[in-house]
Ligand binder design. Sequence first.
Ligand code: CP
Ligand code: NVA
Length: 331
Amino acid sequence: MNNINFLKGRDFLKLLDFTPEEIGALIDLASELKAKKKAGIPHRLCEGKNIALIFEKTSTRTRCSFEVAAFDLGMHTTYLDPTGSQIGKKESIADTARVLASIYDGIEYRGFGQEIVEELAKYSKVPVWNGLTNEFHPTQILADFLTIKEHFGELKGKKLVFMGDAGYNMGNSLMVGCAKMGMNFVACSPKDYFPNKELIKQCEAVAAETGATLNFETDPKKAVIGADVIYTDVWVSMGEPDHVWGYRIRELSAYRVTKDLMDIAGPQCRFMHCLPAFHDLKTVVGKEMGEKFGIDCMEVSDEVFESEASIVFEEAENRMHTIKAVMAATL
Ligand code: CP
Ligand code: NVA
C-alpha cells in the first residue's frame, strides 16, 4: 500500500471486514508512525480535521489513544461521555450519525451491541471507528498484533491461547484476527464460554484460506503447550451485571493464568492482556471480590503479570500507534 490513506472513507467496525493484506498494512503503518513519534518527526497527516469520540462505557487506553493520536495527526477532538449527550436516550443512532457526520470528519464509538456501531456507520457519511462493543474490539487486536510482531518478527504460524471468557469481545476479536493472519488460535475455557458457533464458522472459512488453525479446549494444561502467547481478559466485562461475579469466579478460576501454565508453555511464551487487569487487590472491585471470595487475584496471578514474560504495557502503548494508523488510513 503506497498511500497512507489507503482505506479512505472506510469504516473500521470489525476485522472480518478487512483482508489480511489490509490488516498487515495497518500494522506496518502503525510501526512507521511509531518510529516517527519516537524520533520526534512531525506527522500531522490530518491537519485541521475534527473527530467525535463517543464513549457509552468508560475507558482509559482507548480514549487517551484516540485523543493523543488525533493531536499528533493535527486534529481536534470532542469527547462525549456516557452521560453527556442525547445519544440513544433522546436521539436515535441514525439521527446522531447524520448530525455528527455533518460536523466531524470521523466518529469513534464505544458502547454496547455491535449493531449500534454498524447502524451509526450506515447513517454516517464519514468513517466510524469501533472503540469496543460487546462483540468486538478491533483496534485492540491491531495493537496486540503489532506487539507480537515486535517480539516474534512475524504473526503467521504463532500460537495464541486465549484463556477465560472466550466468547466476549476479546476472545471473538482475537479469533478473527488470528484466522485472518494465519495464526494458530486456541480458546481455552469451559464449553459455554467458547465463541458462538456462527462466528466460529465464519472464522473457519477465513482460516481455510490463510492456513490458520482454530482449536477449542477445556483443559488449560493441554491448551498452552508450545504457546507463543497466553492472553486473558477480565471475567466480567463492562456492562455486565454485578451478580455474575460469583458465578464467573467459580467457573473460570481454573483458567487463571499462573506461572505453572507459563512454564508448561515454555520460555518463548509471552503474557498479554488488553487491560485493565485484576492481578492484585489494589482496585476497588478487586479488593471487594478478593475479600468476598477469598482470592488475591482473578484472571492472572500478580507473579505472571509482573514477570519478564509480561508485555502488557508495550501492548497498551501500541494502542495509540495503531489507532493513529486506523485514522490516518481511513481519513
Ligand atoms: N484495553 C482497553 O480498551 O482499555 P480501556 O477500557 O481503558 O480503553
Ligand atoms: N472484555 C473487556 C475488555 C476491556 C478492554 C470489557 O468489555 O470490559
